[in-house]
Design a protein around this ligand. Structure first.
Ligand SMILES: [Zn+2]
Length: 298
């Protein structure tokens, strides 16, 4: 490997963002709750199908990283049951390095709070670390920000991905599948209903691709509810008009039952497929949207 090849040196992470410091400069900002998941999914895509995969910052052993990550995710049910103690044992067994500093933003040396302007300055991490030694007073007096972590142990791809795993465990995250797009994301443990259902990727739902999964689900549900109310009213009035012995009464009841069933299932997880199915029912099924209204006395 030549010296000019890019190497990750450290990364800085908080609940929202990850920034990578490499031998070539600074890259990011990446979404912290997706970053490791996207690396893992990309690795799985390749190695499950035996396709070589060497795109990760010139790390030599992405397959090893994938295998250990898969194993750790398996053992802990995607971090649901992972503790720092388990992590330490795992780390010792596989000789994974971990070196980090907590609470210090890389921007303290810049008198500048914005990481994106730091990125624009193209400061290299090595240089930044040198300043830490030369300017100890600034480092010591800097405001302590508890949810910022800086990881220096990025020597191998295994060290690099397990530094992110450490961050997630330390901060009480688990990894789960987005109920809308089906991809992995990190969410805090122990919230009501087991945390968030939807991730911050762009929705795959056609017409809603500019929204995040979470926002898209809300917007699609609102649209469907609007149509539901219109159809509900129309069918209800007709059922009233023709009475309980008419087929319209049954049509109305069936409509209500089907909609309630869809709405219950959607509440548990509004997958793209399920929303499409419900949308199709509300807009295209036989009773809800007649192709034509019968013209009386024709
Ligand atoms: Zn999603």
């Amino acid at each position: 490997m030549s010296n000019s090849m890019e190497q990750v040196i450290s990364f800085e992470v908080n609940d929202d963002d990850i920034i990578l410091f490499s031998s070539n400069g600074v890259s990011g900002i990446y979404p912290a709750r997706l970053f490791l998941c996207e690396i893992y999914e990309r690795l799985s895509d390749c190695f499950e199908r035996d396709i070589p995969c060497d795109e990760f910052f010139n790390y030599v052993d992405p397959r090893g990283a994938w295998e250990l990550l898969s194993d750790f995710f398996d053992k802990t049910d995607y971090l649901q049951y992972a503790t720092l103690k388990d992590f330490e044992e795992y780390r010792a067994r596989y000789n994974i390095s971990l070196d980090y500093k907590k609470g210090e933003m890389s921007t303290i040396y810049e008198k500048e709070r914005s990481v994106s302007s730091l990125a624009a300055l193209k400061r290299y991490s090595k240089e930044l670390d040198k300043w830490r030694i030369f300017d100890k007073a600034t480092a010591d007096n800097a405001e302590y920000i508890p949810n910022i972590f800086r990881y220096y142990s990025c020597n191998t791809m295994i060290d690099f991905v397990f530094a992110m795993v450490h961050y997630l465990i330390y901060n009480d995250y688990r990894i789960t599948r987005c109920a809308h797009c089906g991809k992995l994301f990190a969410t805090k443990k122990g919230k009501k209903n087991g945390g968030e259902l939807y991730c911050s990727r762009n929705s795959p739902y056609s017409g809603y691709e500019d929204k995040t999964c979470k926002a898209a689900v809300k917007a699609i549900k609102d649209k469907l509810e609007h149509k539901h109310i219109i159809e509900y009213e129309r069918l209800r009035q007709r059922a009233n008009e023709y009475g309980v012995k008419s087929k319209h009464y049954d049509v109305f009841n069936d409509f209500c039952e089907t909609c309630n069933d869809y709405k219950d299932r959607i509440k548990k997880g509004a997958s793209e497929e399920l929303l499409k199915e419900y949308e199709n029912f509300l807009f295209n099924s036989e009773n809800v949207r007649p192709r034509y209204e019968r013209i009386k006395n024709w």
